[in-house]
Design a protein around this ligand. Structure first.
Ligand SMILES: [Zn+2]
Length: 323
């Protein structure tokens, strides 16, 4: 290519004039192509700068139209590049889950609280229990060796919560630790509705006769004020699923110290069931006053099996359509 003679060794003004001259001489279609190519190159550089400034990943808005999406959508919407899949030589145990569970809320209510016993004035005050008044809460029972029910329910509740979360469920606990006071039974009863939960379960262990052993599920009967009428049928289904799953996971028999030895009793004297507007049951996992059952509740491995049974009961209930 031979440059115009005037541009060699000329002044800046001469070189600019020369450039304008050559620009004017450029045919219009070729000029348009040149401009488009220049714009594309500039956009490419800009995109590269944005990527580098955001840590090498594509820029992503933190709160856009997708900020309120469900966990299911989040899982498939990760901005981090996923590594290419290669055939694994190790067998992988899949986490059993149902797409229909993802994003649903479950309330788990660990019975009693570690600070209740030291605050009698607070826990003895009367609150609404569904058409009558009842104490805010109690201190709960304990084994003969002094392992308290509140510690048992707190431990099992957290195990249940961890298991449920592997199914994509959102879990709400009614208390944040095992050292506080309350909440009262009315708040525990309303917790499911407050959280828009699909189901709620209160975890307890009984203080029955020392000769009695076994577990039982307590379902709601019609409350004196009738406020829980809408949950009775679904709660009965939850109770059956819970009884069957707990029995299977722990190999425990239904309580032998109750008139009803089928593992399920319905009661209308519990504020936690009377005030619930979502399907709910209690489970009395064992009789802490029985030495055999006491050995179970103080064993972390047994508590894990108990939690597996409770979680399985909830998952079964939520996975099966009403009949
Ligand atoms: Zn209890």
């Amino acid at each position: 290519m031979i440059w115009h003679a005037g541009s060699v060794g000329g002044t800046m003004r001469e070189r600019l004039d020369d450039a304008f001259y050559r620009l004017r001489e450029t045919p219009p279609p070729l000029l348009a192509v040149s401009v488009i190519l220049a714009l594309l190159a500039a956009a490419g550089i800009l995109a590269l700068v944005v990527q580098v400034s955001s840590g090498g990943r594509p820029a992503r808005a933190g709160a856009g139209p997708d900020a309120g999406h469900t966990p299911a959508e989040s899982a498939s919407d990760r901005s981090t590049p996923q590594p290419a899949r290669t055939p694994s030589t190790h067998p992988v145990t899949p986490v059993p889950s149902s797409p229909s569970l993802v994003g649903k809320v479950v309330v788990i209510d660990p019975g009693h609280n570690g600070g209740n016993a030291a605050h009698p004035a607070q826990i003895n005050r009367k609150v609404d229990a569904g058409g009558f008044l009842k104490e805010c809460d109690t201190a709960g029972t304990e084994t003969d060796s002094g392992y308290p029910e509140h510690a048992f329910t707190w431990d099992v509740a957290n195990r249940v919560a961890a298991l449920l979360r592997t199914h994509g469920l959102t879990v709400v606990l009614t208390r944040a630790n095992d050292t506080g006071v309350g909440p009262c039974i009315d708040a525990r009863g309303r917790a499911g509705g407050d959280a828009h939960a699909a189901a709620a379960v209160s975890i307890h262990a009984d203080g029955g006769p020392a000769s009695g052993t076994g577990f039982h599920v307590i379902g709601p009967n019609r409350a004196p004020d009738g406020a829980n009428a809408g949950i009775l049928t679904a709660s009965a289904r939850l109770a059956t699923a819970m009884r069957d799953a707990f029995e299977s996971a722990t190999d425990e028999a239904p309580a032998d110290y109750l008139a009803n030895q089928q593992g399920i009793v319905d009661r209308a004297d519990l504020g936690g069931l009377n005030l619930s507007v979502v399907p709910k049951v209690f489970i009395e996992c064992a009789n802490m006053r029985n030495l055999t059952d006491a050995a179970h509740v103080t064993d972390p491995a047994w508590r894990e099996r108990a939690a597996e049974g409770i979680a399985a009961g909830i998952v079964t209930y939520l996975s099966s359509p009403p009949s």
